[in-house]
Design a protein around this ligand. Structure first.
Ligand SMILES: Nc1nc2c(ncn2[C@@H]2O[C@H](COP(=O)(O)OP(=O)(O)O)[C@@H](O)[C@H]2O)c(=O)[nH]1
Ligand SMILES: [Mg+2]
Length: 188
């Protein structure tokens, strides 16, 4: 199992750690299952906090994973009741990271399999493309697809905005997708 530890939180660009490791960023709406995914990747240890209520952490969290990688946990977005100045701070922080971070190798954009693409997901996707950041889309909570038909319709909706070979279906309940995500990280 890969060793992992919290490094630091950053609310501003000058708090980002030195660029000494290959970085992998995890982005998604509040409650999409980001913390759960990170914990699943790291062998089920509770490294990142999970919650059932949408949170609005405003910081990037850096985790050292193995000897030469950082996982970067992004603050969730898409939470309706976030005041405008907080939204501005969020955008500033995310943009500062995406624009300048040379250590960033690959982004994982998490989308809830049940809801499909929301406008804020598409906005973030456009942002990743604007900054030329390679990314994979992770469809989370696919165990909530109750049958083949829902699975088929869900996948069809998701692939309207991303090629199938850039889409990783994931479930923390079954562990599906963990292997594929690690493979993508190793191959980067
Ligand atoms: N059924 C199911 N529930 C999940 C899965 N991943 C996360 N959840 C649940 O979704 C809620 C939000 O998860 P969390 O990881 O805290 O989301 P975050 O806000 O994106 O970090 C929690 O109640 C999780 O237990 C999954 O793959 N399947
Ligand atoms: Mg979380």
């Amino acid at each position: 199992m890969v060793a992992a530890e919290f490094v630091r939180s950053a609310a501003r660009a000058d708090q980002f750690p030195p660029e000494q490791a290959r970085e992998f960023a995890f982005l998604g709406r509040s409650n999409v299952g980001k913390s759960t995914l990170l914990n699943a990747l790291l062998g089920g240890r509770k490294l990142a906090r999970t919650s059932s209520t949408p949170g609005c952490t405003e910081m990037l969290n850096f985790y050292r994973v193995g000897p030469d990688m950082y996982f970067v946990d992004f603050p969730g977005y898409g939470y309706a009741r976030v005041p405008p100045d907080q939204q501005r701070r969020w955008r500033g922080l995310v943009e500062a990271y995406l624009r300048r971070r040379r250590a960033l190798r690959l982004c994982f954009l998490l989308v809830d399999a049940r809801h499909g693409w929301m406008e804020s997901d598409l906005q973030l996707k456009r942002w990743l493309e604007y900054f030329g950041r390679p990314y994979l889309v992770v469809a989370t909570k696919i165990d909530k697809w109750k049958n083949q038909r829902e699975r088929h319709l869900g996948l069809a909706a998701l692939t309207e905005h991303v090629a199938a070979d850039r889409l990783v279906p994931f479930s923390a309940l079954t562990g599906q997708g963990v292997k594929e995500i690690w493979q993508a990280i190793r191959n980067t």
